[in-house]
Design a protein around this ligand. Sequence first.
Ligand code: GUN
Ligand code: FE
Length: 437
Amino acid sequence: MPDQILLKNTLIVTMNSNLDIFEGDILVQDGMITQVGKITDNRNCEEFNAHGYIVIPGLIQTHVHLSQALFRNLADDLSLLDWLTKKILPFENKHTPETLRVSAQLGLAELIKSGTTTIMDFGTVRHQQVIFEELAASGLRAFAGKTMMDCGDMPESMKEKTSESLAESEALASQWHNYDNGRLKYAFAPRFVLTCSKELLIETGKLAKKFKTLLHTHASENKDEARLVMEKYGERNILLFDKLGLADENLCLAHCIWTDEKETALLKERKIKVLHCPSANLKLGSGIAPIPKYLKEGIHVSIGADGAPCNNNMDVFNEMRLASLIQKPLHGPEAMPAVETFKLATIYGAMALGLEDTIGSIEAGKAADLTFIKNNQVHSIPYDNIYSKLVYSTRSSDVEHIMINGKWILRDKQLIKINENKLLDSIESQKVNFGIN
Ligand code: GUN
Ligand code: FE
């Protein structure tokens, strides 16, 4: 039985520090990329003819909500706080282990079919174990954590006791952080300042330090949210995180639209990670994040689709296209060139997660996380600039195969680990739980 896979004759977009692009081969052994270039020695290799594909680093989304996949198309035309209190928090609260399992599988199926190989997931308050089980089964690389919330504008029954939220998070982290040789990692997930007490935020910061891992939250997404944070704590959102001892390189903040100069300086100084979600920001009418400014300042930015009900999908190709296009009317057509945008979903995503030595580019010594895109489609040829093709004209339906840790997870558009037909059948039967006929 050959112990190596040789991917032959393909167009390789490496995203290495030289941004090399060339026709060549990739040798994969024990889940790792061991050689990239022209490879002639095919002894002990299973050969895979990858001619006709563009092979790119597996795409990385640093902010998604698997628990919300089942709420797709159920919460349109609302701004953030109404969207949360009227729809999303009650929906999440209704999840049973069964509905959550279906939601996680649906989200994972969509992510894999559209070329994403690594995610950071926001989880949900209850039954988080189910999301970890589905992540474990899916083969995807992920950070995830249970959502924490112990106060805010919602019925008491939806709130956790502070001590229980902390204890449950710690127990889940003990169980799942570094599962499967580090394929899964725990990221602590207090929801946002308006649903978290100071004590919860401070103690969660201590837990993240104890586990030497990420603290993932939402911040400065919406003007009303920013105002209410100021009313609640007398401080701007990101400055508050500093006061609470959270503002360090492990802090990952979804959105960061409504930041002032002091907060921007703090993002840069403390190497805080900005998780940009362009579709969600448009659909909830939240605003347009100052991403070109952040990038110019050297602030870390990566990308994610956020949850299905504020998007309404989790397609990273849509996110890249929008991340580039929405800045152009504001800052001129030269803003967010395609290559810079493509970095958000590859090497910058890896950096946000502290995984830049493992993923984000195609180089010997990194994990074999690869996305294969069918070249020469009528909607995507010809090209001068491969990044232009990848960001503006490639569609997620051009994704044919993906490999994670050297294992096929999608082959000829077919999910290997998830039974798609069974999943589609089970979705219908779960909808009733959310009051949908
Ligand atoms: N802020 C707090 N929770 C959420 C959420 O679930 N989605 C979005 N977009 N913003 C949030
Ligand atoms: Fe979110």
